[in-house]
Design a protein around this ligand. Sequence first.
Ligand SMILES: Nc1ncnc2c1ncn2[C@@H]1O[C@H](COP(=O)(O)OP(=O)(O)O)[C@@H](O)[C@H]1O
Ligand SMILES: [Mg+2]
Length: 266
Amino acid sequence: MSTEPLLAVRGLAVVIGGRHILHGVDLDVAPSGVTALLGRNGAGKTTTVRGVLGLVPRTGSVRFLGEETVRLATHALVRRGVGYAPEDRGIFAALTVAENLRLAERPGAGGPAYGLVHELFPELKARAKQLAGTLSGGQQQMVAIGRTLLNGNRLIIADEPTKGLAPKVVTEVARVLERAAQAVPVLLVEQNLAMVRRLAEHCVVLADGRTAHRGPAADLLADPEATRRLLGVGRRADAVSEENPMAPQDTGTAATSAADSGKAGA
Ligand SMILES: Nc1ncnc2c1ncn2[C@@H]1O[C@H](COP(=O)(O)OP(=O)(O)O)[C@@H](O)[C@H]1O
Ligand SMILES: [Mg+2]
């Protein structure tokens, strides 16, 4: 398998309303598995994703599948095979699961990949007629991720899919993403370090609109000083509890950001 990055971002800069939000993001997404994009709140993770997608004006270089795309419109990049599950999931609550998926269909070779989506998430088939607004948070993430798998995408970008979810649901979402990443590489924006530990091989950490660290996820997570300095999480976040089944069983590094742990909701 090629080791060339699937997505290679260099010197990405974004200015919104005269304010410099990103000033030099470098980021590679590996051609398989999960690459994690980390950083404290406000570090610029969502803006980076929006910059890659062309949803905000950007400069720098965004190479996807070896092609420079920084001057392409969003639809042109999407058509080249990028699926996006935004921070708020973007589900239509008043529509059924099947309708949510149907709205995501794009014309393309082979037609929509319902076979793959239903194989990975049989629950979406079983709940096809259920209103998406009545699904659990984890099931809604299945819809959001399922939608990105429908169109033969080559890269999935998921922005904080576990945000605001109860710990049990976080585990469910981890399984969803694990399955999705076996089919398509994933760029995962995440604050929950237990998710990163479980899913990601590589990581990129942003701080103040810049890339502050890149490397194997395991190396970062094994370094408590670096996780504290880069991510602002410390030993207090390490606790393994029944409340937090995603917490690691070993010692030494952060499990989940303090802000997210214990927060209920779906
Ligand atoms: N449209 C916008 N207009 C002005 N400021 C913004 C806009 N979007 C994001 N920002 C600011 O840019 C910084 C980075 O935000 P964001 O990319 O959402 O961070 P993260 O996803 O890492 O939490 C924050 O300070 C945020 O307030
Ligand atoms: Mg964000």
